[in-house]
Design a protein. Structure first.
Length: 149
């Protein structure tokens, strides 16, 4: 997802630390008035203008970026950054066997659940495609770990 919005009044700027959301119709100190900032590292949205009418558009765009955690994101014309690189690996419950799983929360998985290395191997050995694994469990090496990681 590129830093664009369907709302012509919403400016989305890609900066070294994250995306800045600003309203084109209001100025503050000679620049567009900042509404929010989405950190590339933590994917946390910090809201500066809670009264902005553009906030629903900001939250919608930010949710789309947050759903891409672990993926490479274009932060400039020639560079990419891994979204959520600062999110710590957590202990999760394996959604397959109920054992311990280490990883990061995947948006398409119930909160607190992930995939353990043993089950990741078992599912892959069954012939599950990488695309299907990504859709269900996230990105290998980021959301869940394999025995090789």
């Amino acid at each position: 997802m590129s830093p664009k919005s369907n709302n012509p009044n919403l400016f989305i700027g890609s900066f070294p630390t994250g995306l800045v959301y600003a309203g084109r119709t209001k100025e503050e100190r000679g620049d567009y008035k900042k509404i929010a900032h989405l950190s590339y590292a933590t994917l946390e949205l910090t809201v500066y203008d809670r009264k902005s009418k553009l906030l629903p558009d900001v939250r919608k765009h930010a949710a789309g970026v947050q759903a891409q955690a672990g993926q490479e994101y274009p932060c400039s014309v020639t560079q990419t950054i891994q979204l959520g690189y600062g999110i710590k690996v957590k202990s999760l419950t394996c959604c397959c066997c109920g054992g311990l799983a280490k990883g990061r929360q995947w948006w398409n998985r119930d909160t607190g659940y992930g995939l353990c290395p043993g089950c990741a191997k078992w599912i892959a050995d069954r012939g599950e495609s990488p695309a299907s694994m990504k859709e269900s469990y996230g990105i290998a090496g980021y959301h869940y770990f394999t025995e090789e990681d």
